[in-house]
Write a protein that binds this ligand. Structure first.
Ligand code: 5GP
Ligand code: ZN
Length: 113
């Protein structure tokens, strides 16, 4: 996708603080962190949202979660972290390339805002 922000980060065309990469995923820090650890895990291939990824490439969908867990552990929060997929503009999705938010390092309230 030529005009996709996260495709450009995956390609290295836009800088990001990458913390972890796997064969099919890249994890980088959110530019506007909502917790001491706030990392986005994305598939290298473009899918618009979590459901599209799960339908089109279930193995990468699972790898996204494994990568998120590895990031939480590496940051010292392996037991307590939150994973979020905002799906659809009405639910707060602003970048339409699947990304799994990894949030940790503070008390995380429920229900979420
Ligand atoms: P969404 O709202 O779609 O669930 O999450 C998109 C996330 O991408 C937001 O948390 C936002 O702060 C982050 N973001 C937007 N632009 C950039 C960017 O250029 N670099 C990085 N690292 N994060 C970004
Ligand atoms: Zn993309």
């Amino acid at each position: 996708m030529d005009d996709c922000l996260f495709c450009k980060i995956v390609a290295g065309e836009i800088p990001a603080e990458v913390v972890h990469t796997t064969e099919r995923t890249v994890a980088f820090r959110d530019v506007n962190p909502q917790a001491p650890t706030h990392v986005l895990v994305v598939p290298k291939d473009h899918y618009a949202d979590a459901a599209a990824l799960a339908a089109g490439d279930p193995e990468t969908s699972a790898e996204l979660v494994r990568t998120a867990a590895a990031v939480a552990t590496a940051e010292g929060h392996g037991a307590d972290y939150r994973l979020v997929f905002n799906t659809g503009a009405g639910a707060g999705q602003t970048v339409f390339h699947t990304h799994l938010h990894v949030l940790a390092g503070r008390d995380l309230g429920w229900p979420p805002g």
